[in-house]
Design a protein around this ligand. Structure first.
Ligand SMILES: Nc1nc2c(ncn2[C@@H]2O[C@H](COP(=O)(O)OP(=O)(O)OP(=O)(O)O)[C@@H](O)[C@H]2O)c(=O)[nH]1
Ligand SMILES: [Mg+2]
Length: 423
């Protein structure tokens, strides 16, 4: 099964909790704070594995979840950080944030890797909170929640050349003759249901990768037939090999086929129309092929390579022509800078500032940052609660509540917890 698109949720590990503890030693009645920090939660990391060819492994996991960090403990012992969770993906994998559409990473090279969700840091133990004015703080934090996001994972083949054309024109036959690939070949349409790749070595020892794609029909760019599902794989090729059946079998008109395929390529993306094309006239062994070719040539003024794939006739020459063309084209970056917000290096999405709304008489405070602070606070000691209140003040939440008309005794809600507001 060829799987080239998967949607899933990634949840990195949450940091371990920090610890509140005090030294207890002989002859030291009030020892200082010695609660250690929690360990970091695991990052979720995608790494290229060249042995993989599809996203099949990811297909059945709706959710990937990282391990949590260990909690800190007394005697200033730090919790152990969780190891990164490594997920192997094939070369050519693109990871996109499903909510924003921002490309997180484009894993196109051998050892590329990217953190798709960051693990939360460990909560601090009370030792970390000690200051001159509060040398024995009764505060420690919960670990930071791991990052959670919906992602789309897509595989775009990386081939230098893509074979395109109507169904049954002989694309798979060509690939089978010029490479070691062994695609299915048959006299019915849509024999090829997913792309095949083959490595081609020319007579003069030049090497390139060729992709054989499923046949295109009218409306492919709008999703007809196997449709545009595979057209995106051509976006990354540098040369398009346009294969035309000159036999006139199936009452096909080579000229109309040629126009139609170009129209579909152009409608899918202008990028495809601007790619260099090599036009191949196949099945030249068939009766009437010569006449059809002459008619074709009278209407189209592009170089055409005549072959009979089945007899392995003319293929060497075409492969040399393709290699020459590839050599003449500068390797383009896969994406222009402007198209991609971050390349492999991924940034945290901006945390939204808080919002306050009044619903059924209750003030509800929402926002990524405030929710994170809330989750990390242990509401079990006065020191912790005081610290939380101070942070709320610092964020301006207190002022905003006042401005909106909150008065002492009102109820405030953050996530599923309620508090009483005190002016
Ligand atoms: N006479 C003749 N028949 C050919 C030639 N090349 C391919 N064929 C036949 O054309 C039919 C289709 O060939 P495929 O290679 O499967 O065609 P395709 O373009 O990959 O087709 P789809 O995968 O369905 O899009 C098969 O029966 C082949 O044997 C050729 O040079 N001459
Ligand atoms: Mg085929």
């Amino acid at each position: 099964m060829f799987v080239d698109e998967v949607k899933l949720r990634v949840i990195a590990g949450t940091g371990g909790d920090g610890c509140t503890a005090f030294r207890r030693e002989k002859f030291v009645p009030n020892g200082g704070p010695d609660g250690g920090n929690g360990g970091k939660g695991s990052n979720i990391v995608f790494v290229v594995d060249q042995g993989l060819k599809t996203l099949l492994d990811l297909k059945f996991s709706k959710e990937i979840k990282g391990k949590n960090g260990e909690h800190g403990s007394g005697k200033n012992q730090y919790g152990k950080s969780a190891e990164d969770l490594i997920i192997k993906v094939p070369e050519g994998t693109t990871v996109t944030d499903a909510e924003t559409g921002v490309i997180i990473a484009d894993l196109v090279n051998k050892d590329d890797s990217v953190i798709v969700a960051y693990g939360g840091r460990g909560g601090r133990g009370n030792k970390a909170f000690a200051t001159a004015s509060n040398p024995a703080p009764d505060i420690s934090e919960h670990g930071e929640p791991g990052e959670k996001r919906e992602i789309k994972v897509e595989l775009k083949l990386i081939a230098d050349v893509g074979l395109v054309g109507m169904p049954s024109v002989g694309k798979s036959t060509i690939l089978s003759k010029v490479s070691r690939a062994n695609p299915k070949i048959a006299a019915y349409h849509f024999t090829t249901l997913s792309p095949n790749l083959g490595v081609v070595k020319t007579n003069d020892n030049r090497v390139f990768v060729m992709a054989d794609l499923p046949g295109l029909i009218e409306g492919a760019s709008q999703g007809e037939g196997l449709g545009d599902k595979f057209l995106r794989h051509i976006e990354r090729t540098r040369v398009i090999c346009h294969v035309i059946d000159m036999s006139g079998m199936e009452e096909r008109n080579p000229y109309e086929d040629y126009l139609l395929i170009n129209k579909e390529l152009g409608e899918f993306s202008s990028k495809l129309m601007n790619k260099k094309q090599i036009v191949i006239a196949n099945k030249m062994d068939a009766d009437g092929a010569k006449d059809n070719l002459d008619k074709f040539k009278s209407k189209v003024n592009v170089p055409i390579y005549e072959i009979s794939a089945i007899n392995n006739d003319g293929l060497d020459k075409v492969m040399i022509a393709i290699a020459d063309l590839l050599d003449s084209i500068e390797e383009e970056p896969l994406y222009k800078e402007a198209e991609i917000e971050s390349h492999v290096l991924y940034k945290f999405k901006k945390e939204k500032p808080f919002t306050i709304t009044k619903e059924s008489g209750i003030w509800i405070i929402r926002g990524d940052h405030i929710e994170k602070i809330f989750k990390m606070t242990k509401f079990t000691t006065n020191d912790s609660i005081l610290r939380f209140i101070n942070r709320i003040k610092k964020m301006g939440i207190d002022d905003e509540l006042k401005r909106l008309g909150a008065i002492s005794g009102d109820t405030i809600r953050i996530m599923d917890h309620e508090f009483e507001y005190v002016e």
